[in-house]
Design a protein around this ligand. Structure first.
Ligand code: MD3
Ligand code: FE
Length: 197
């Protein structure tokens, strides 16, 4: 089932549910080498979401700003390689949404515990905005906030469940978005696949 959210954004409900255990095993393999950490944002605060990465590039934030880096700044080592099952999942989802040539080189892994949130932001640290972003939600459900192309106004609220995949391309690629504070005691994981380089 393909549900359009807005021009360029497609929700594939439950698309990753059958592979959820494989993907979670991949997450465990990644965080064994590159543990989850709360990155510092330029204002000096630490993010409530814990993060790690795999792939040729990983998204990094520190006191100086945001960037993609080939190495984990905590260890100085390259990020763990893109898990093959991650790559296949992202490619299949993108193809289903109308992007047959998506080749992600970065996977940001977000871990939300109770109370963790992500305020409205744009993803614009990537080189090429013509490539979509594929997001995969696992674990506890969350309220996704969709704010459109400009700041301000009331964001739409969309519940993302375990196994839901959303492909964000075209005019939706630079939309403001976020995650409302997690209420349940459970844990939520989100993987975003990006063409960063
Ligand atoms: C819309 N992650 O990692 S996924 C992020 O659930 C991020 O962890 C959220 O925002 C999460 O940057 C939201 C949905 C999502 C991801 C990327 C997008 C929506 C997007 C990029 C452009 C527009
Ligand atoms: Fe984002």
């Amino acid at each position: 089932m393909n549900l359009p959210i807005t021009e360029g954004a497609v929700l594939l409900p439950g698309f990753a549910a059958a592979m959820g255990a494989d993907v979670m095993a991949g997450v465990q393999a990644v965080i064994q080498q590159a543990p989850f950490r709360h990155m510092t944002v330029p204002g000096g605060h630490k993010m409530s979401v814990a993060m790690s990465n795999c792939g040729r590039a990983g998204w990094v934030s520190d006191g100086n700003g945001y960037r993609y880096d080939a190495r984990d700044p905590e260890t100085g080592r390259p990020w763990p390689p893109m898990q093959p099952c991650f790559f296949d999942l992202a490619r299949d989802a993108a193809a289903r949404a109308g992007y047959p040539d998506f080749t992600p080189d970065a996977c940001l892994i977000n871990c939300y515990a109770q109370g963790a949130r992500m305020s409205l932001h744009q993803d614009r640290d990537e080189q090429d905005f013509t490539a979509p972003i594929v997001s995969v939600s696992l674990g506890a459900a969350a309220i996704f906030l969709f704010g459109g192309l400009k700041r301000g106004g009331k964001p739409r609220r969309i519940r993302l469940e375990h196994g839901d995949v959303v492909v964000w391309g075209g005019p939706a690629r630079l939309a403001y978005h976020g995650i409302a504070p997690l209420r349940q005691g459970d844990t939520r994981y989100n993987l975003t696949f990006r063409k960063a380089l």
